[in-house]
Design a protein around this ligand. Structure first.
Ligand SMILES: [Zn+2]
Length: 284
C-alpha cells in the first residue's frame, strides 16, 4: 500500500488491493483522525499499525466515513475505541442495507470473512466542525456521488478530502448528475492546496481546477451523448460505442477500471432518460 505525506502530520494511504481507494490519517498529540478505511482488513490493519507506531495503542479518536459504500466503511470495526462520524443518511443507509451488502461481499471474497458491520455513532445533517489537537476541520454534506456523501476541509492546511465526489471519472450510478455538478463547483470554490480523491492520486493545488473542470465537461458530454441515443431509439447496448476519451477523460487511471465505471454511468443515464427523468433536472 502506498502512503503519501501531504502535510507535516497528514498522510494519505492508497490501496493496492482495491481500486486505489484512499484513506487519510491526521496525527495530533491528542490522538488521530482517520477519514475512511480500507475494504480489506489487512490494509486497514497496516494503517492502524502506522498510527500505533506514531501515537501508541488505541490512539484513533475519530473515524469519519465519507459515505456508506463498502470500500470506505468496512474497516470501521477495527477501531472499537473511536467514535465513527458520518452524515445522517449514511447511518440510515448502512442500517437499512449494510448487513445484506456485507453478507454478499463475504460470499464473493473470503478475505472479508472477519469483517463486522460498525455503524456511525455521531451524525449530522448539513455540517459540523471537528477539532482535535491543532487540527480543525469542517465536515459538510456533498450529495452527488451518493445521497449521503460528505467532504472534509482541514482549515489550517487547506486539505480537502473529497471522498468519491472527485475520482478519475465521476461516478453517478448511485447518485445524481445534478448533485455531482453542484458539489464539484462548490469544492472548486474552496481552492484547496491538496485534494484527496476517493480513489487515485492526491491532487495538488494546480491540478484541482483542471480535474474538476474535466469532470464537469465529462458529465455534460455523457448526458448529451446518451440523450442523443435515446432520442433516436437506440438500444441500451449502444452506450458501449461512447468512448471515455470522446468525453475528454483518459482510460488509463485506476488500472483501467475507469472504462467500466464510464460504461456504468452511461447505462444508468440511459435508464433514467428512458424512464423520462431528465438527468439535467432542467428539461422535464
Ligand atoms: Zn463510493
Amino acid at each position: 500500500m502506498r502512503v503519501d505525506r501531504v502535510e507535516e502530520d497528514i498522510y494519505v494511504f492508497v490501496s493496492s488491493l482495491y481500486a486505489q481507494v484512499t484513506a487519510t490519517v491526521m496525527l495530533t498529540p491528542q490522538g488521530a483522525i482517520l477519514v475512511d478505511t480500507m475494504p480489506f482488513p489487512t490494509e486497514t490493519r497496516e494503517i492502524a499499525a502506522f498510527i500505533e507506531e506514531h501515537l501508541g495503542p488505541d490512539a484513533v479518536r475519530y473515524v469519519i466515513n465519507t459515505h456508506h459504500h463498502a470500500d470506505h466503511v468496512f474497516g470501521n470495526y477495527l477501531f472499537p475505541s473511536a467514535q465513527v462520524i458520518a452524515h445522517d443518511t449514511c447511518r440510515e443507509m448502512m442500517e437499512r442495507s449494510g448487513r445484506a451488502g456485507l453478507a454478499r461481499a463475504k460470499r464473493e471474497s473470503p478475505a472479508l470473512a472477519e469483517v463486522e458491520l460498525r455503524l456511525p455513532d455521531m451524525t449530522f445533517e448539513k455540517q459540523m466542525h471537528l477539532r482535535l489537537g491543532h487540527q480543525h476541520m469542517r465536515l459538510f454534506h456533498t450529495p452527488g456521488h451518493s445521497p449521503d456523501a460528505l467532504g472534509v476541509f482541514v482549515l489550517g492546511d487547506k486539505v480537502l478530502i473529497a471522498g468519491d465526489t472527485v475520482m478519475p471519472v465521476p461516478y453517478i450510478v448511485s447518485g445524481s448528475v445534478d448533485g455531482t455538478r453542484r458539489v464539484l463547483q462548490s469544492l472548486r470554490a474552496l481552492k484547496p492546496d491538496f485534494l484527496v480523491q476517493g480513489h487515485g492520486d492526491v491532487l495538488l493545488r494546480g491540478e484541482v481546477e483542471e480535474t474538476i473542470d474535466a469532470s464537469l465537461t465529462y458529465l455534460d458530454c455523457a448526458v448529451s451523448q446518451v440523450s442523443e441515443l435515446v432520442a433516436r431509439g437506440a438500444p441500451p447496448e449502444a452506450v458501449r460505442e461512447i468512448d471515455i476519451e470522446s468525453c475528454g477523460l483518459s482510460r488509463i487511471p485506476l488500472d483501467g477500471l475507469v472504462s467500466r465505471l464510464h460504461t456504468d454511468n452511461l447505462t444508468a443515464l440511459y435508464r433514467q432518460m428512458r424512464r423520462g427523468r431528465s438527468p439535467n433536472g432542467s428539461r422535464s
